[in-house]
Ligand binder design. Structure first.
Ligand code: UD1
Ligand code: CA
Length: 449
């Protein structure tokens, strides 16, 4: 059965006390919105619609980044969750199947839970949870096993407020039905809003069936304040660490490793202490990342070793058995099998052929102040320590550059390239020079006194 997602993300999030729309605050190095979106996208939906309002331009950009196929509709006035869904329905015109409504500020919802909702045979299904402290959540009012309606806290009687089974906000129904129900909502309630939750009573009045699927409360945790965001971050990290350990990854000091949404690490990889992952990192089985590395937008293949103290930036592609050592920065560069970059090096916009050795202190001078240029280094090359490779430049296979060279011209295969001043040696001159310098120092101290 085809599935469509509607993600509600129009609210401002006043309690964040921020200029940034709430759903763009970061959790696991990704906007909050991307988390619920990822859980939904795991179901392979045919359509994705995000309802934006506050900061719609910024939200739009983040949505496109997370899912280029997603559509954004604007809700100019936030008249309630039911109104928000009604704004999304025209974008689903022609879609036949089930619609899942998610909140952009509820990042911990799991795709397994959403799948369970899709398996429900009821006409309309709500995701509920047993709340430790039901507070201001909407309450699920049932008669026996049948869900009758949802009552918002503001509108609830004392008896209804005593119910602990609460509404998470996630709802699932056939597209045509949902469209019809949200069009029929009224705002005659304590908040003067069009409540999505009223669709249950409307469906029941038509004799349709409504069901509740439940999940642990932790999954429905919404973010409303910076404090909640900080708590969510530590929960997210705890979950990612536990998942990595479960998947057979060694984390020497799990509490010091920070993951991002979508960090993917293969079995038997080893991650040392104090490693930070930004977005878009994949590490294959058996690779090792040593202490104090910062990795983002990169791919590390089987058998490769990185760090300690290395920084891999977006577009760093390390093939099998590559070795990247300390104080090395790599950006937008492809390192073929067995390349070694041991120490103090910057490789930016470079292609490096297999088994090439990059000496300590090598720098690809990729930026001329206006444009970026590529450096191409062939296989089995030896780049001498402290070589400056002024891009665009090519060093052919099997070539060698002398230490301290500034390479501004292409180097053919198997050539030796030297680009440095010739050394001058003056026998016996050192002691004289020292004597001169000491005299100078003594003079200065006297003048200073
Ligand atoms: C909602 C539910 C409540 C449930 C709770 C769970 C309704 C009427 N109430 O209440 O039963 O227990 O969530 O957290 O649905 N949004 C829009 N446009 C709007 C209004 C809201 O996009 O016009 C978005 C918000 O940005 C947010 C989500 O919908 O992501 C939920 O809205 P919010 O105002 O937080 O709903 P609650 O009052 O918490
Ligand atoms: Ca809320």
């Amino acid at each position: 059965m085809a599935v469509a997602l509607i993600v509600l993300a129009a609210g401002q999030g006043t309690r964040m006390n921020s200029d940034l729309p709430k759903v763009l605050h970061r959790l696991g190095a990704a906007p909050l919105l991307a988390h619920a979106l990822a859980a939904g996208i795991a179901l392979d939906p045919a359509r994705v619609v995000v309802v934006a309002g506050h900061g719609a331009d910024q939200v739009s950009k983040a949505v496109t980044k997370a899912d280029p196929a997603a559509e954004v509709v604007i809700q100019t006035e936030q008249l309630g969750t039911g109104h928000a869904v009604a704004q999304a329905m025209p974008a689903l015109a022609g879609f036949e199947g089930r619609v899942l409504v998610l909140y952009g500020d509820t990042p911990f919802i799991r795709s397994e839970t959403l799948e369970a909702m899709l398996e429900s045979t009821a006409d309309i299904t709500v995701l509920g949870f047993e709340a430790a402290d039901p507070g201001r959540y909407g309450r699920l009012v049932s008669k026996g096993a049948a869900l009758e309606r949802i009552v918002e806290f503001k509108d609830a009687s004392d008896e209804e407020r005593a119910i602990t089974l609460c509404n998470s906000g996630v709802i699932c129904a056939d597209a045509a039905l949902l469209s019809r129900l949200v069009a029929a909502l009224s705002n005659d309630n304590a908040a003067g809003e069009y409540y999505l939750t009223d669709t249950i009573a409307l469906a029941r009045a038509e004799g349709l069936t409504a069901a509740v699927v439940t999940c642990p409360e932790a999954e429905t945790l919404g973010i409303n304040t910076r404090a909640e965001l900080a708590t969510a971050e530590s929960l997210f990290q705890a979950r990612m660490r536990a998942e990595a350990l479960d998947n057979g990854v060694t984390l020497t000091a799990p509490d010091t490793v920070f993951f991002a949404l979508g960090t993917h690490i293969g079995r038997d990889a080893v991650i040392g202490p104090n490693v930070v992952f930004g977005p878009g990192v994949t590490i294959e089985s058996g690779a090792e990342v040593m202490a104090f590395c910062h990795l983002e937008g990169c791919h590390i293949s089987r058998g490769a070793t990185v760090g300690p103290f290395a920084r891999l930036r977006p577009g760093a592609e390390l093939a099998e058995d590559v070795h990247v050592g300390n104080f090395v920065e790599i950006k937008n560069s492809i390192l073929d099998e067995g390349v070694k970059v041991g120490h103090l090096t910057y490789l930016g916009d470079a292609d490096v052929g297999e088994f090439t050795n990059i000496g300590a202190g090598t720098i690809t001078c990729n930026y001329d102040g206006v444009m970026k240029h590529r450096t191409t280094i062939g296989a089995n090359v030896f780049i001498g320590s402290d070589t400056m490779l002024v891009a665009p430049v090519t060093v052919g296979a099997g070539a060698l550059t002398g230490s301290g060279s500034v390479i501004t011209q292409n180097v053919p295969d198997s050539a030796l390239a030297l680009g440095r001043a010739r050394q001058v040696v003056k026998p016996g001159l050192a002691p004289k020079l020292f004597e001169m310098l000491r005299a100078q120092k003594a003079r200065r101290m006297k003048e200073g006194a």
